[in-house]
Design a protein around this ligand. Sequence first.
Ligand SMILES: *Cc1c(COP(=O)(O)O)cnc(C)c1O
Length: 382
Amino acid sequence: MKKSSSAIRNPQSLVRPLVRHLDGYVPGEQPKIKGLIKLNTNENPYPPSPKVLSAVKAATDGRLRLYPNPTAQLLREKLAKLHGCQPENILIGNGSDELLALATRAFVESAELKTGAAQKDSAATVQFFSPSYSLYPVLAAIHGARTNVVALDKDFGIPPLAVLKKSKAWDFCAALTFVTTPNAPSGRGYSTAELEGLCRLHKGVIILDEAYVDFGGENAMELALKYPQVIVARTFSKAYSLCFQRVGYFVGHPALMAALDKIRDSYNVNGLGQIAALATLDDLKYYRANFKKIIATREQLSRELEALGFIALPSKTNFILVRPPCFPAKDWLEKLRAQKILVRWFKYPSVRDFLRITIGTDAEADALLRASKRILSGSVGT
Ligand SMILES: *Cc1c(COP(=O)(O)O)cnc(C)c1O
């Protein structure tokens, strides 16, 4: 071997400093242990419609050797009908996470590459409220963008417009703003009127991330078709029981969709995912019945946890944020885990006293209640 080939002592040095120092996104745990009740990543407890399963099975044959439709044309046409717009208003992603990343790359300058005062900071700014989806700061960091993070009010409401304007903390010119609506991890919903007030004043792109909108929130789809700077993000993952297939979409102005289209991978949405999503749209009745069940379980579980001394915040999503009694939330996480129930705890100051609990089946809710009673009665340790 030539000497030069051994010259690289530290392979880490081959990695860009920005990437070397990056803290990546930490997804909720996908445990290998059997028998664990999984209420930590907001997956739907009900399976996809039988029609979706048979469509995917029927497509699983020798055709897997072929590339899928590169623009997910049929799916875009069907979604356009559903939302009363044109296929040009729609872009499909490998999960909505992919689209959020593409938006960061398409609309935000990287602060790293900035060439002096000619460029205003807003052009390199990704903005969002805190707490909200913990992927946003990671996307900004990957891109080398600035972040502007503004705290939600104590009850997780969006600060009134007058306050946002006066405080100057909010940048109405930020290149890209993410709003999780309904909010995660609090579950709080926002009215379309309130969101419109905010969106109207924005000079940059504003993405309304409606991952949980089917669980009772007011949807703001009309804003994506009214204001060129507004994009609505949706996903088949949570409400449509399709996390595994990775299909999400944007609805927005054709000029923005075309820009994103240029920078995505040609075959970003896998073929079985397209087929599953199409079949989903043919059986919306099945899913609407599930939304009703999940909402009923959510309301019932909230009442029963409150009877045990928890504070359960009102939710428009398929999870609830609860403040547990007697022990710190982090201890509850461990105690519930010892009882084979997995929930989520975030260490951010605004939510560190809370647990986020995904709404499962009624049987899973009962198991959670039984475990909580055991923990409160001191009959079990961690
Ligand atoms: C789960 C989630 C997403 C991502 O959904 P995928 O389509 O599975 O990538 C986006 N935004 C929020 C707020 C989410 O909770």
